[in-house]
Design a protein around this ligand. Structure first.
Ligand code: GAR
Length: 188
């Protein structure tokens, strides 16, 4: 059966774009990405959505909490939700409506460097400050606590003593681009 997937993103949206391009390049007709949703009106992900010909929408934090976003997802017949750099906490109404159907990517090896405030560059800075020898990605189901849902997949990269947070970000992004679409493909 054809699956309709919504991508939620708060920032640049490079993962969102990469996921959509991956499925398009495989000419996979069983999966479609009709909407990208952001909580930020000025997020660059909207620009990417326009270039990809995908509709994008902005909803406020209160719209997520009130059930307005859930109503919208149901209207759009969305089966699955991917968080690709989405920084709001996923509210209970969405978790209940989409059990084991919301997947997040985190730019570190959970349970290390997770939790509230640990996102994007903050994570890579913390990894460098802690003098970690490796970092990586964690793809996991979303539950009621930040970054604590069941882990589906992890991949590692080396962190050198000379690496800056930007260097780590680059290595982590490369892992994200390689593995996130494939893991989604397996789990849909
Ligand atoms: C990605 O590195 C993703 O792992 C991270 O935000 C970045 C978004 O980049 N997510 C988190 O930190 C969630 N806690 P993108 O907007 O270019 O895809």
């Amino acid at each position: 059966m054809k699956k309709s997937v919504a991508i939620l993103a708060s920032g640049s949206g490079s993962n969102a774009e990469n996921i959509i391009r991956y499925f398009r390049s495989k000419n996979n007709k069983d999966v479609c990405f009709p909407v990208i949703i952001s909580n930020k009106e000025d997020a660059y992900v909207h620009e990417r959505a326009k270039n990809l010909g995908v509709s994008s929408y902005t909803f406020k934090k209160s719209d997520f909490e009130s059930g307005k976003v859930l109503e919208f997802l149901k209207e759009q017949s969305i089966d699955f939700i991917i968080l690709a750099g989405f920084l709001l906490k996923v509210p209970e109404n969405l978790l209940q409506a989409y059990p084991n159907k919301i997947i997040n990517i985190h730019p570190a090896l959970l349970p290390k460097f997770g939790g509230k405030g640990m996102y994007g560059s903050h994570v890579h800075e913390a990894v460098v400050v802690a003098k970690e020898k490796e970092s990586g990605i964690t793809i996991h189901y979303v539950n009621e606590n930040y970054d604590e849902g069941q882990i589906i997949f992890q991949a590692q990269c080396e962190v050198l003593p000379t690496d800056t947070p930007d260097d780590v970000a680059e290595k982590v992004h490369a892992l994200e681009y390689e593995f996130f679409p494939k893991v989604i493909e397996q789990k849909l």
